[in-house]
Design a protein around this ligand. Structure first.
Ligand code: PMP
Length: 467
């Protein structure tokens, strides 16, 4: 007999359509079509209620870094549930998993990020960064420093603060009025916006936009610059090598705090523990989530450098911020075990030295010459592929042809989860993927690129005939 939580696909689809509003979804369209019901998962595979197996090329939503079904994580949760399922950390109390996890995060993060504040989601971690950097400057005797500088096409979450800080037009349109005193500079997207310059020149130019913006606002008004080491939801935009070191130099020059949003890049994704190490900069404060627990339970954290933490510690007053689930003992126990497994199994080394080089080579060999494939960029186990109408000129499809969605749907139908970010197809597989699984993933993607190519050629022909 099926448990109520599983049910059968049609029954679940019916109640889902009646009652469940999905994130980032056209609910009317989804309800008419019916959601795919995911029923179980193991390793890097998912199964749906129709029994179809899907290879998860996205690690869930950029988070299941150790893959599905890890008994050690399940045991860590179960054991902690039995001993202490919940207690808060507000009232002069702590718990062992939260304290040990703070220590573990302090140990694995670079530089002087020696202090940790907990939350449950990436959005809450980003909100915490905003609260903390502004409060820091008040404590520091410079209360006018409130402005935050972020990038176009950045993603920093979906609370009002996250949506305001991010650079996603469709989110802005539904979140107005946005939070004030957030300023935006161009993204370091060389293929889309920088051609004509070398990548290195373009990286410096994008960093210069930060300096120009700081001078426009007045450094005495700027609290922090925030960026994802690699923009994830923006389509996996890998910045030129010159970019981050120059951003760091500019932040130091004007004494602007540098915040890294490592929600996707953290925990080995780019081949280092944190993206800032791969790209050569040292943040003053860092948000993390997702890979912190491999997505098994919701937990996020902000790693805070000594400078900011000491100001809070020595303020002689409360920091009036926190969440019911800050330092949740079960989520923290799972995150601790996740970090222990990453260390014991040397997963970050495996990414850097074995599987990422293989993955980056194979996607270029098998997809790089495809007529739809304009440009591939990637680092570690992240990659973004721009789908174009014409490879030679890099001409994009016009907006009537939603090439990303066509390709994503072919992938789903053929047993592969890839994400479409506009016209960019994105890979973010679990860090434990094997070379044979990389081959399978890339071959499936290639078949789906072929199917997409046939569809878009037919659409272009239709357009030509109609025109
Ligand atoms: N920051 C970044 C860089 C992210 O990629 C995300 C989520 N994709 C968030 C913040 C928000 O995380 P959450 O969805 O857990 O709130």
């Amino acid at each position: 007999m099926k448990t109520p939580a599983q049910g059968n696909g049609d029954a679940i689809r019916t109640v889902d359509a009646q009652h469940h509003l999905h994130p980032f979804t056209d609910s009317g369209k989804l309800n008419a079509r019916g959601a795919r019901v995911i029923t179980r998962a193991e390793g890097i595979y998912l199964w749906d209620s129709e029994g179809q197996r899907l290879m998860d090329g996205m690690s869930g939503l950029w988070c299941v870094n150790l893959g599905y079904g890890r008994k050690e994580l399940i045991a860590a949760a179960t054991q902690q549930m039995e001993v202490l399922p919940y207690y808060n950390t507000f009232f002069q109390t702590t718990n062992a998993p939260a304290a040990r996890l703070a220590q573990a995060i302090a140990d694995i993060t670079p530089g002087d990020l020696n202090h940790v504040f907990f939350a449950s989601s990436g959005s809450e971690a980003v909100d915490t960064v905003i609260r903390m950097v502004r409060h820091y400057w008040t404590l520091n005797g410079q209360p006018r420093r409130k402005a935050l500088i972020a990038r176009e096409n950045a993603y920093h979450g979906s609370t009002v603060a996250g949506a305001s800080l991010g650079g996603m037009g469709p989110m802005h349109r539904q979140a107005t009025p946005l939070l004030p005193d957030i300023h935006r500079i161009p993204q370091p997207y060389w293929y889309g916006e920088g051609r004509g310059l070398s990548e290195d020149e373009f990286g410096l130019l994008c960093a210069k936009a930060l300096e120009d913006k700081i001078l426009e606002i007045g450094p005495e008004n700027v609290a922090a610059f925030i960026g994802e080491p690699v923009q994830g939801a923006g389509g996996v935009i890998v910045p030129p090598a010159t970019y981050w070191p120059e951003v760091q130099r500019i932040c130091r020059k004007y004494d602007i705090l540098l915040a890294a949003d490592e929600v996707i890049c953290g925990f080995g994704r780019t081949g280092s523990w944190f993206g800032c190490e791969t790209f050569g900069f040292q943040p003053d404060i860092m948000s993390m989530a997702k890979g912190l627990s491999s997505g098994y339970l919701p937990i996020s954290a902000v790693a805070v450098g000594d400078r900011i933490a000491n100001a809070l510690i020595n303020a002689g007053d409360d920091f009036n911020h926190g969440f019911t689930y800050s330092g949740h003992p079960v989520a923290a126990a799972v995150a601790l075990e996740n970090i222990r497994l990453l260390q014991e199994e040397r997963v970050v080394d495996y990414v850097a030295n074995t599987i990422a080089p293989y993955f980056q080579t194979r996607i270029r060999e098998r997809l790089g010459h495809h007529p739809l494939s304009g440009h591939i960029e990637g680092v570690g186990l992240l990659a973004g592929i721009a789908l174009v109408r014409d490879r030679a000129s890099g001409t994009l499809f016009d907006s009537e042809i939603d090439v990303g969605t066509i390709c994503r749907d072919h992938c789903f139908r053929n047993g592969l989860v890839m994400r479409a970010c506009g016209n960019r197809m994105v890979f973010c597989p679990p860090l434990v993927i094997t070379p044979a699984e990389v081959d399978e993933m890339v071959e499936k993607a290639r078949e789906c690129f072929d199917l997409t190519y046939d569809d878009v050629r037919a659409l272009i022909l239709d357009q030509a005939q109609a025109g």
